[in-house]
Write a protein that binds this ligand. Structure first.
Ligand code: SF4
Length: 346
């Protein structure tokens, strides 16, 4: 493992959460990094730490400002869990992130990987932090021919990692495995540059195309959605998504689901009028936007529509563009908002 350690010391990327890691900075960064590349996370991490520099400030912040800061990272339940988790830490752990697995497990949104990461990187314990990178690297390195999507395989790999970790600075080797997965042993394994190549099962047996084994792929469901930017006197109709719905806490424009992206505009308009109970005048189409979330791939077809007065529509509010700018939106509706702003600022 010493070859891996020295490779890591020479090649590790400089990332803001790696300088003086604290339990809080490790927690926040690891939640942000789930299914998101480090380069994307960096500006979010800086902004978050500026607004919520510690557990106390996060626990006391209004949820809207937490979600607004997260806007664009997707999977908003993570932001809500960080907020709820900070409140648990204040109430149950006197404001200090605990260092044991059992206690960390009581905090909302913290799963086995994050527990391992906090114990390893922040508390410098010998602990396995197995993310997607580590699953891939270890299954190749040890020749584990089991589906890495299964919990059973994850546990097996956690045990393997624990056995491999040395007594001397185990956290450094733990992070080195993650970095190796990000830089060298990626989807395409760059074995000739790998510090593990001499004793890696996959390299010795030429099985780079076989390992890791991943059986199930996410089946995305396609959706088509007409988004209505209903305007009156430079005010637009939006609603805050209810608790319990996907995207809860975020804002969205008025929309209807379509059977196909080719539906006639008149038909769409009739549906929209029926749903909003507003008389609508078609103004123009805005550029299409693609939005992927959970298991959905949505093609958003935005339309600018006008209505003659600001009638009340249950659950909806009329907002100016300046007000909309301050609200958190899902990334799909945010892109629509940006295109809308271009029209009204010219
Ligand atoms: S030698 Fe190749 S397959 Fe093995 S860990 Fe390194 S990059 Fe991955």
């Amino acid at each position: 493992m010493e070859r891996l350690r020295s490779w890591f010391q020479t090649n590790k990327r400089s990332l803001p959460w790696r300088d003086n890691p604290t339990p809080y900075s490790v927690w926040v960064s690891e939640i942000m990094l789930q299914q998101t590349r480090a380069e994307v996370v960096i500006p979010y991490f800086h902004e978050w730490m500026k607004k919520f520099p510690n557990i106390q400030s996060l626990a006391e912040a209004p949820i809207e400002s937490v979600i607004k800061t997260w806007e664009g990272l997707g999977y908003y339940s993570r932001a809500r869990n960080l907020h709820a988790g900070a409140q648990t830490i204040i109430q149950q752990f006197s404001g200090q992130i605990p260092s044991s697995s059992d206690e960390l497990n009581k905090i909302k949104g913290i799963g086995p990987y994050t527990i391992g990461a906090i114990r390893s990187f922040a508390f410098k314990q010998k602990a396995a932090a197995v993310d997607g990178n580590v699953l891939r690297v270890i299954s190749r390195y040890k020749g584990i021919k089991e589906d890495i999507g299964k919990t059973k395989t994850r546990k097996l790999i956690e045990n393997e990692v624990f056995k491999i970790l040395p007594e001397n600075a185990p956290w450094e080797i733990m992070e080195a495995f993650i970095e190796l997965g990000a830089q060298v042993c990626g989807k395409k394994a760059l074995c000739s540059s790998c510090p593990l190549k001499r004793d890696c099962y996959t390299n010795l047996n030429g099985q780079q195309k076989i390992l890791p084994i991943k059986e199930k792929k996410i089946q995305y469901e396609k959706r088509f959605r007409a988004v209505a930017l209903i305007e009156n006197n430079q005010h637009f109709l939006v609603r805050k998504v209810n608790e319990g719905e996907i995207m809860s806490g975020l804002y969205e424009f008025f929309y209807i689901d379509l059977n196909s992206p080719e539906e006639e505009i008149n038909k769409i308009l009739t549906h929209l009028e029926k749903k909003s109970a507003l008389p609508l005048i078609y103004r123009k189409k805005l550029p299409k936007v693609n939005h992927t979330f959970t298991r959905f791939r949505v093609q958003i077809l935005p339309f600018l529509l006008q209505t003659k007065e600001q009638k009340e529509v249950p659950s909806y509010q009329w907002k100016t563009l300046e007000e909309l700018d301050l609200l958190p939106f899902s990334s799909g509706h945010k892109k629509v908002l940006q295109n809308l702003k271009k029209i009204f600022k010219t």
